[in-house]
Design a protein around this ligand. Structure first.
Ligand SMILES: [Zn+2]
Length: 350
């Protein structure tokens, strides 16, 4: 005897008749059901006997080769007997018992979700940008511009002369950007509640406020540095990226897989609201560096943008500037320092 007898009920083949019985496992690996008098009812080699999986406290069924069935609630006893026969207990029970495996599964799911967010979303965003017809950013920008003119912005008070001078210098800067001068329209406006500001819409429409020009004073290079930064946002499609990222995986798949036109329509409907999404820190750094390179390539002062940030910090403190118009992102001392260092490297030709 390799394990203790297990108490249960035995059903003859193809019969629901119940006989009080016990289960015995012999040294030779034969599993035997016996009645209360010890008389053998059925026997089968242990490795041939069919054992139901262990599921919680559910009664265990062992089916003999002759079709008779032994049932017992003594799960531990059955597992012990199976172990003696070197048969593994049911797989389902194995999972249930082995919680660490479940934990591993959960970790795998979390890791997969993270990977989707980390790698799939950026890919989907790139695909959506490639598939976006130019009319989408154009319509989006037009509708945003109209609503801004109706609400926040005022007509410019800059002299024709100043406007012409800035526009000409901006044109020479835009000329060497990939979209070229034709890809940009510079608008002069009174900032009103927006104050000293410059921002770009996704189609290359730029707005420069009188207040920003006044703040820069005689430092025209600083104004151009800010405009170069805005060119950076446009060239790198930062606004569309923000909008598409906000659309999420489901929204992106719908837009890419379905009719981009109707997806674009949704973007337009929510466009104005979505435009209030601020640029990410990385996008700002990207645009800062872009501005430094563009200014340098145009033969202008690559340090101008850092200088303008300094000016903002001293004159406005934390309150004023934001180039995504509804949220304020004043340049931090780190960002100013980072830009200055990069500008010095570029200027030195490193
Ligand atoms: Zn910016």
């Amino acid at each position: 005897m390799v394990s203790d007898p297990i108490v249960g009920i035995w059903h003859p083949p193809a019969s629901s008749r119940a006989v009080a019985a016990s289960l015995h496992v012999g040294e030779e690996g034969i599993v035997q059901a016996r009645d209360v008098d010890g008389k053998p009812l059925s026997a089968t080699p242990g490795l041939k006997i069919e054992v139901s999986d262990r599921i919680g406290g559910i009664v265990r069924r062992l089916t003999f080769l002759d079709g008779s069935v032994f049932e017992t609630p003594d799960n531990d006893g059955v597992d012990k007997a199976l172990k003696a026969l070197k048969r593994r207990p049911g797989v389902v029970h194995e999972l249930e018992r082995f919680r660490p495996r479940l934990a591993l599964f959960v970790i795998a799911v979390v890791a997969l979700s993270f990977a989707i967010y980390r790698y799939a979303v950026p890919l989907l965003v790139e695909a959506a940008i490639l598939l976006t017809p130019p009319v989408v950013p154009k319509l989006l920008s037009q509708s945003v511009m109209i609503s801004l003119d109706q609400t926040l912005l005022e007509p410019t008070k800059l002299s024709q002369q100043d406007q012409a001078a800035i526009a000409a210098e901006f044109g020479r800067l835009a000329e060497i950007a990939p979209r070229g001068a034709a890809g940009y329209v510079l608008n002069f406006r009174g900032g009103g509640a927006v104050g000293p500001n410059a921002f770009a819409l996704p189609d290359g429409t730029l707005v420069l406020t009188d207040e920003l020009v006044a703040l820069a004073g005689s430092d025209r290079e600083a104004v151009l540095g800010v405009l170069a930064h805005e060119i950076g946002h446009v060239e790198r499609e930062h606004a569309l990226r923000r909008i598409y990222r906000a659309a999420g995986v489901a929204g992106l798949i719908m837009m890419i897989g379905g009719d981009i036109g109707s997806g674009a329509q949704d973007v337009l409907v929510q466009g104005a609201a979505l435009m209030s999404l601020s640029y990410s820190r990385d996008q700002e750094r990207d645009a800062d560096r872009y501005a430094v390179q563009l200014m340098h390539a145009a033969g202008r002062d690559p340090l101008a943008i850092a200088r303008f940030f300094d000016l903002l910090a001293t004159k406005l403190g934390d309150s004023g500037y934001a180039d995504s118009f509804l949220s304020t992102h004043p340049p931090t001392p780190e960002r100013i320092e980072d830009t200055r260092r990069y500008a010095e490297e570029v200027a030195a030709g490193k």
